[in-house]
Design a protein around this ligand. Structure first.
Ligand SMILES: Nc1ncnc2c1ncn2[C@@H]1O[C@H](COP(=O)(O)OP(=O)(O)OP(=O)(O)O)[C@@H](O)[C@H]1O
Ligand SMILES: [Mg+2]
Length: 250
């Protein structure tokens, strides 16, 4: 059973302090929703844990099963079991989806998956996500629609079965049917019990399909409220206004 422990994490981008002391513990099998207005630092949290070089950790700690995540390179973090589905997935021209996924699986499993069973696994996972098999031959994310990019992220998630999955606005840009398919993928991984999930979102829409165990509200780089799934509904009804500094509302 894996545990990601974020303690008093402080992160700056280009000398600007963005995260001002975030503490969060995510255990395997748990789903934590991180909600908050635009610019509150949600993606910054995701990138800092995944190891994006632009985000400088100025204080606090992040450990995965007691191992110091912050001292690891991006690749080491991925191998240790940290997975990030980015808000804006990047294109990798010239690298096919099939090759990309197989080399990612090789890194994480420690050996190249045998070709025939791997192809079967890939095909099955794509079918469950209702992805056209022709996608496996296309360059990663190149020319993918918004929804296709998000499905590809969940395809990675399902094949790599990380210890910690950080899903940054995986719901954005999805139509109702795609949202359902993608949510079912996340729920399959969750049901495996080996993955802890940090689900970053603005909206409660996705939380109707993926019920979080905990909801954390991030405003201005700090967690201002925490609760169970009922908190998401409170936010849906009342917005984030009540968390903003009084000066901003006058
Ligand atoms: N690479 C960067 N360079 C400069 N500023 C940045 C960078 N990344 C983040 N910031 C700033 O940090 C703050 C938090 O951004 P972040 O992307 O973490 O917010 P967010 O909560 O994910 O917002 P959204 O809901 O719009 O995705 C913003 O003010 C943003 O401009
Ligand atoms: Mg963001």
């Amino acid at each position: 059973m894996s545990t990601l422990e974020i303690k008093d994490l402080q992160v700056a981008v280009e000398d600007k302090e963005i995260l001002r002391g975030i503490s969060l513990t995510v255990k395997a099998g748990e789903t934590h929703a991180i909600m908050g207005p635009n610019g509150s630092g949600k993606s910054t949290l995701a990138y800092a844990v995944a190891g994006h070089p632009k985000y400088t950790v100025t204080g606090g700690s992040v450990t995965l099963d007691g191992e110091d995540v912050l001292s690891m390179s991006v690749d080491e973090r991925a191998r240790a079991g940290v997975f990030l589905a980015m808000q804006y997935p990047v294109e990798v021209p010239g690298v096919s989806v099939a090759n990309f996924l197989r080399s990612a699986a090789t890194q994480i499993r420690g050996e190249a998956p045998k070709l025939l069973p791997w192809n079967r696994e890939l095909k099955a996972a794509m079918a469950e996500l209702q992805m056209d098999p022709a996608f496996s031959g296309r360059s990663v994310n190149e020319g993918f629609s918004g929804g296709e990019k998000k499905r590809h992220e969940i395809l990675q998630l399902e094949l790599l079965k990380p210890k910690i999955a950080i899903l940054d606005e995986t719901d954005s840009g999805l139509d109702v049917d795609a949202l359902k398919v993608v949510s079912e993928g996340v729920n399959r991984v969750r049901a495996g019990g080996e993955t802890g999930t940090l689900l970053i979102t603005h909206y409660t829409r996705i939380l109707r399909y993926i019920e979080p165990d905990f909801v954390h509200v991030l405003v201005d780089g700090k967690v201002v409220e925490e609760g169970g799934p009922e908190l998401a509904q409170v936010l849906e009804d009342g917005g984030y206004e009540r968390f903003r500094p009084a000066a901003a509302t006058s």
